[in-house]
Design a protein around this ligand. Structure first.
Ligand SMILES: *Cc1c(COP(=O)(O)O)cnc(C)c1O
Length: 491
């Protein structure tokens, strides 16, 4: 048999490829048609629905030993999976904080899987594109061309990358060789009391411990109190700690508050500390013409975590870590084992992308981001961010005009905290009533919102990171919240 012909009628060797490509082609066309209709009609379906018992039971079936026709398997996906999504592609999904995906991005994920490259690195087109998307992220943030970066699973990983480079750069010893126990003065990191929980996980994973992350009080607008931060740094220094890193928030998860980034950058510089920016929510505001001023100072950060699966609406997952000092970044992660040495030509020439993070094998995340950015252009993504922020302020104005509701925190960007207000209810009963409103909004398939506690008081929370939301959806939310609140309060 010819080595390149790839087929021999007498072969008994197996493969995962279909025996009949024509069959798979017909089924695949149907899947694409269904997928287009699924997205086109998303507004007609409930945001979310509870799964019946038979659907739950279906997912307890044990490991398949023998084959099932692909068409039957797809039938199960249609019946048991597609009707029960988290709901974040729906125009009235505003829970927690996530993007709403896009069809082009889905095609990108499909083609990335078909092409199949491993983005650990090497000399191939996907690796070049991975670097190009990182470069585009640098441009969006106003970072210099000499900065480096890496695409990761999401914001949590991107933050951990930034914090790791910060730790290694400021430790004063070779942490990679000697470990954190050899650090002379214990390192201290600082962020506001609104900081995302991934930083705690990061501090724990870095061996520094949760207590090495000092939470500084936030002010009435939920921004870090700079005077309190300055005092904490001085106090720690006097007590023998080494203040190493300030973590700024460009958009806190509770209320969307944006710290005074210029003041933080300046303070970090004066104190010889690393300035890391958690921009998972708001770093991309830098591309939004009407609101970019809110994140002025972002370009001064030593490292930035941003999240293309939030305001660029990439299908999960796609996060990005950027580091101003490329050599500090590389020095933190690069290792060259004998089986991954570069060659002057061929497949192993070119960059090893795994030298910029913890993973060795890496998915081809760049394609979905690259295709959507090219299709729409970055200006449209900027306008969509402005649109969501305008919608956030629109919703806040509806709530202010509605006597049954009250705002629970200042609205800075696209996150609105509010509650149904019932006369004479104490904190516990107000929480129970508002939680019941939130659950019924979800269970009736009207809207998905979440809740939180701000300045000690429970509230409902709407985060509009959604390119499908229209103002009429927010009108409906307010009307339905009041209806449900009145119904429940009357019981
Ligand atoms: C979403 C978010 C994170 C975590 O990002 P993931 O992509 O969910 O891992 C971190 N910080 C902030 C402020 C966030 O909003």
């Amino acid at each position: 048999m010819d080595a390149m012909s790839g087929h021999s009628a007498t072969s008994t060797e197996e493969t995962l490829d279909p025996s009949d490509w024509a069959d798979v082609q017909v089924l695949s066309h149907r899947i694409v048609d269904d997928a287009v209709a699924y997205l086109r009609d998303v507004r007609q379906r409930p945001v979310w629905q509870e799964m019946p018992g038979d659907v739950r039971d279906f997912f307890t079936a044990s490991l398949p030993q023998s084959p099932t026709p692909l068409a039957d398997i797809y039938g199960d996906v249609v019946d048991k999976v597609m009707p029960y999504p988290m709901g974040n592609i729906h125009p009235r999904f505003w829970s927690w904080y996530m993007g709403s995906c896009n069809f082009t991005g889905a095609l990108g994920d499909f083609l990335a899987a078909i092409q199949g490259s491993n983005l650990g690195g090497g000399n191939h087109a996907a690796a070049l594109m991975d670097g190009q998307v990182v470069d585009w992220c640098k441009q969006m943030m106003g970072m210099p061309a000499s900065a480096s970066g890496t695409l990761v699973s999401g914001g949590s990983m991107a933050n951990i990358i930034g914090l790791t480079v910060a730790r290694n750069t400021k430790a004063g010893i070779d942490v990679r060789e000697h470990g954190v126990a050899a650090i002379e003065k214990p390192l201290r990191f600082y962020g506001s009391d609104q900081i995302h929980s991934c930083h705690r996980k990061g501090m724990e994973a870095l061996g520094l411990g949760n207590r090495a992350l000092r939470r500084i009080a936030s002010d009435a607008s939920l921004r870090i109190d700079i005077q309190a931060l300055r005092a904490a740094i001085a106090e720690d220094r006097a007590a023998g700690f080494k203040p190493a890193c300030i973590i700024g928030n460009a958009g806190t998860v509770n209320t969307g508050a944006i710290d005074d980034l210029q003041a933080l950058a300046k303070l970090a510089h004066e104190e010889d500390m690393w300035f890391h920016l958690d921009g998972c929510i708001g770093a991309l505001i830098a591309i939004a013409p009407e609101n970019a001023h809110r994140v002025a100072g972002i370009e001064w950060a030593d490292s930035i975590a941003l999240d293309p699966h939030k305001w660029l609406h990439a299908p999960f997952e796609a996060g990005c870590a950027l580091v101003r000092d490329a050599s500090a970044h590389r020095k933190t992660f690069a290792v060259t084992p004998e089986y991954l040495e570069s060659t002057p030509r061929g497949l192993a020439s070119g960059q090893w992308l795994h030298d910029y993070g913890l993973q060795t094998s890496r998915g081809f995340k760049a394609l979905k981001v690259w295709m959507a950015l090219r299709e729409h252009g970055v200006e449209k993504f900027g306008r969509l961010i402005d649109q969501n922020i305008a919608q956030g302020h629109y919703l806040a104005s509806l709530i202010e005009a509605e006597p049954a509701l009250e705002l629970a925190a200042p609205t800075s960007i696209n996150i609105v905290c509010f509650r149904y207000r019932a006369e004479g209810l104490d904190g516990e009963r107000s929480k129970a009533l508002n939680t019941e409103i939130m659950l019924r909004l979800q269970e009736e398939g009207i809207a998905a919102i979440s809740d939180t506690t701000v300045q000690g008081r429970h509230c409902l929370r709407v985060a509009i990171n959604n390119h499908r939301t229209r103002r009429e959806d927010l009108d409906l939310l307010v009307a339905e919240t009041v209806r449900l609140g009145n119904e429940i309060a009357a019981l």
